[in-house]
Design a protein around this ligand. Sequence first.
Ligand code: FES
Ligand SMILES: [Fe+2]
Length: 459
Amino acid sequence: MGVEDNNWNFRNWPVHTDADHPFNREVPRPDNGTARPEPARYHDPAFARAEWDKVFTKTWLLAGVVSDIPDAGDFLRFETGLESFIVVRDEDGSIKAHYNACPHRGSQLAIVDFGSVSRFTCPFHSWQFNLDGSNAKITDAETFNPKVLCHGTNLSSVRCEEVGGLIFISMSDDVPPLREYLGVLADYLELYRIDQMNVVQHKRSDWGANWKGGVDAFAEIYHLHAVHPQTQCLMDDRTQIDLYPNGISRQFVPFAQPSPRFGDQQAVNPGIQMMLRDAGIDPDSYTGTAQDTRAAVQQAKRERSAQYGLGYERFSDSQLSDSVVFSVFPNIQIGCHPEAVFLHRFEPHPTDPGQFTYDTMILFKREDIPGYAAPGWMGLAEGTDTSGATRPEIVRTGLGEPPGLGSVLDQDSELLPVVQRGAHSRGFRGPLWSEQEARLRHFHVELDRYLAGTKVWGQ
Ligand code: FES
Ligand SMILES: [Fe+2]
């Protein structure tokens, strides 16, 4: 079955690749094998601790976006697993990152998500620090033996680099520069000009599952027909998948196009109508079928670009209509559209491998064009300020609460704890991944290299 009739290779499925374009070209697929990984990775505290020591502290982590700290003194707090960081715009315009821990007795300095300061002041004994982390003031310095202070009174800093408007930090001195780590993805991200986008929605919710359960679920659309059947009317689940070095991957999900699993391939259903409106087409005057819509959306966006100088020549047709989703190892997904970008971070819980924090931001590139908006499916709340004038608060929800992320993501939040409970069973012996789930195997193979100490950069 399967292997014998040679139908197992998902790449044999017809996918919508459009006219040949450099962005869309498939890359050679690495051999990630066929092994079945052990399920302890989803629940074993020792495995989670090893991940922290050998993965999270050894890679680049997405800390924030440049639009959140535009001016000198602006800072944001980034929390992941056991750590908290301060990411700050220095006087010279560069971005610095420090552990959020005072060198005196360890107190955190930043206890809010965002702020603007000329110096950081510790809440415990009011030591002060410059934006670059150097010590600016020690309270009652004359009461310290100089031999105590010479151990070091500055904040501990970490590496901090930016690509395309996204700020990453690394606790490791061994990881290559961010651009090298991201490879071709760095160029692709820059196409979207995320540095010119503003956060228009930011939600943070606690989910009852391992962080890799989140990564896994967001790296495949095999589950769409079962968990999110409402998406079948407007997106095709036959997709192109590309796997890059360092655990990075991408997937094109054709939008404005019903899944072949969906019954009516002709009617311009409400989902397709939403996609038409996003492209500035009035569904009432549209005469094509659902099958024609994807091409019509691409064409309309090209016309809008030509009229308003949006520069969409830099995008392939797929990039105009589809969901182009990138995975950055270890825990980031970036959904890219010319108008808006959907960032997803799956942050590990400090101690419990059965929980993670799902942090998600929508960034929007404002244009003064009638009808131009973030994609409707992103579900921005009515009345959302998309001007960039106000930075929305982070909306938090706790474990077991509906995260209020729209029907699709709320469905995921309900399902993942169910998957997590099954992963604990003595009867579950590890995942069996299809070729539709090639990004999952790519991710776990990379994870295992780090854990085994065999990671080679560029592999
Ligand atoms: S812990 Fe920061 S000044 Fe004492
Ligand atoms: Fe899902």
